[in-house]
Design a protein. Structure first.
Length: 190
């Protein structure tokens, strides 16, 4: 008979084995952000700022990835802080990138990998809070970029559709997390 894990052991395993999901989601965002910066920069100044942000994200991710490969993963608190930093950077890009900000920017898709990865790794309670934070950040960014968003039915419809899909990603990730946890408990209880 196999032993059951305590909730603390389960949480530690989730962080250890789930960290790679967060790492690869961040690599995807870094790659997509780098391609976007090279593709759409209108001036050397824009390109420099974008590349500096990408380099900072790469440095942080190299650190986390290196610790993971050495089997000395970072702790849960640092992972949460880095995930909120990712969320903040994406929101900042949506706010300030010239010509493509707020609802007009297709870069909202960068929220998807970080939302899903976070929900895969952390408990549904934390994933729900993170998803709500992402929804709030995106809504605020869209409103700041275009205050008429709430008076235009077309813009409001687009915002609601995007918010629903973003919420669905967090919800599906949390559902998958629950399914895996229940499956593991059934396996070890036999």
């Amino acid at each position: 008979m196999q032993t059951l894990f305590t909730p603390q052991q389960e949480a530690a395993e989730d962080i250890f084995f789930g960290q790679i999901v967060l790492i690869w989601a961040r690599w995807f965002v870094i790659l997509a952000g780098g391609i976007f910066a090279l593709w759409s920069a209108n001036s050397i100044g824009q390109l420099i700022v974008a590349i500096l942000l990408i380099v900072v994200m790469m440095g942080v991710n190299f650190f986390v990835h290196g610790r993971y490969l050495m089997e000395q993963p970072v702790n849960q608190t640092l992972l949460i802080v880095l995930s909120f930093l990712d969320l903040s950077l994406i929101t900042l890009i949506l706010l300030v990138w010239p010509g493509q900000n707020g609802l007009n920017s297709f870069l909202f898709v960068l929220y998807y990998p970080i939302l899903t990865a976070f929900a895969f790794v952390f408990q549904p309670r934390l994933a729900t809070l993170y998803t709500l934070a992402a929804l709030a950040a995106y809504t605020i960014a869209c409103f700041v970029a275009d205050p008429t968003i709430f008076t235009s039915s077309g813009k409001m419809e687009l915002l609601v559709m995007r918010a629903i899909t973003l919420a669905a990603m967090g919800g599906l990730g949390a559902y998958y997390w629950r399914m895996q946890r229940e499956q593991r408990r059934r396996l070890f209880s036999q």
